[in-house]
Design a binder for this molecule. Structure first.
Ligand code: KIV
Length: 261
């Protein structure tokens, strides 16, 4: 088997120590085999992303993902016992108040998550503080917020292009860092703004997606990277494999072999 040298079990502290040193690779995982393969390939940071709504459950966006969906998939990923730190997304409308945020986060932790992630800046600070006060590590998500894309007219727009957007993003990132957030996904943020946040945040890790190379880490939706959801690939991703096509080919070869001639 072609696997990377084993990593020690990853923690918030071991990942935080990589700030400013090595780029942190992060990928989404939704089930046991993916989590196990990513772990064997040496990925230190996993996320059970609510992107599973689209790439696993066949929904048009992330807003239909439920708490039960997230618990089910987080459990499957945790069953792989990866050395990677496992995180899970709080789905849409499951963190409207601090009390609800803590009880939702606890359900994900009980299912095996070692950190939780939610979308938003200062507008969800009371929820973030309540989660941190409950002793649960938190990862932020700023920039393009997929859970709000329907409200914004269904377009996945780049953030931080004008002065107002840039200032808001930087202020949100600094507020999250002051609250004790250990990492923050920056999705579709203009590269200079992502770079500025990465430099100004001295402790909080920035994990970019479609936000340039200046972040502390890079995250991708695994099916985008390995071509297992071939019907849509974001513009900023170059798939490194075409597993969907390989599967189609293997299955059609088998179907033909059963009825030769
Ligand atoms: O849901 C998800 O997969 C995510 C990543 C794109 C960061 O939030």
């Amino acid at each position: 088997m072609n696997s990377e040298p084993e990593l020690p079990k990853q923690t918030v502290a071991s990942l935080a120590a990589r700030k400013g040193k090595a780029c942190i690779p992060a990928l989404t995982a939704y089930d046991y085999p993916i989590a196990r393969l990513l772990d064997e390939a040496g990925v230190p940071l996993l996320l059970v992303g609510d992107s599973l709504g689209m790439v696993v459950l066949g929904h048009p966006d992330t807003t239909l993902v439920t708490m039960d969906d997230m618990v089910h998939h987080t459990r499957a990923v945790a069953n792989a016992r990866p050395r990677a730190l496992i995180g899970a997304d709080l789905p849409y409308r499951t963190y409207d108040t601090p009390e609800q945020a803590v009880s939702s986060a606890r359900r994900l932790v009980d299912a095996g998550a070692e950190y939780v992630k939610a979308e938003g800046g200062t507008e969800i600070l009371p929820q973030i503080e309540a989660i941190l006060d409950a002793g649960i590590p938190f990862c932020g998500h700023l920039g393009m917020l997929p859970q709000h894309v329907v409200e914004e007219g269904g377009k996945y727009r780049i953030k931080g292009r004008d002065d107002e957007g840039r200032t808001r993003l930087v202020q949100d990132a600094l507020a999250l860092e002051s609250a004790g957030v250990f990492a923050c996904v920056l999705e579709l943020v203009t590269p200079p703004v992502a770079q500025e946040i990465t430099t100004r945040c001295k402790r909080m890790l920035t994990i970019g997606i479609g936000s340039g190379e200046g972040c502390d880490g890079q995250i991708l939706v695994t099916p985008d990277l390995v071509g297992s959801f071939p019907w849509f690939t974001p513009r900023f991703v170059t798939p490194r494999a075409r597993t969907g096509e390989a599967m189609r080919q293997a299955v059609s070869d088998w179907v033909r072999a059963l009825n030769p001639g």
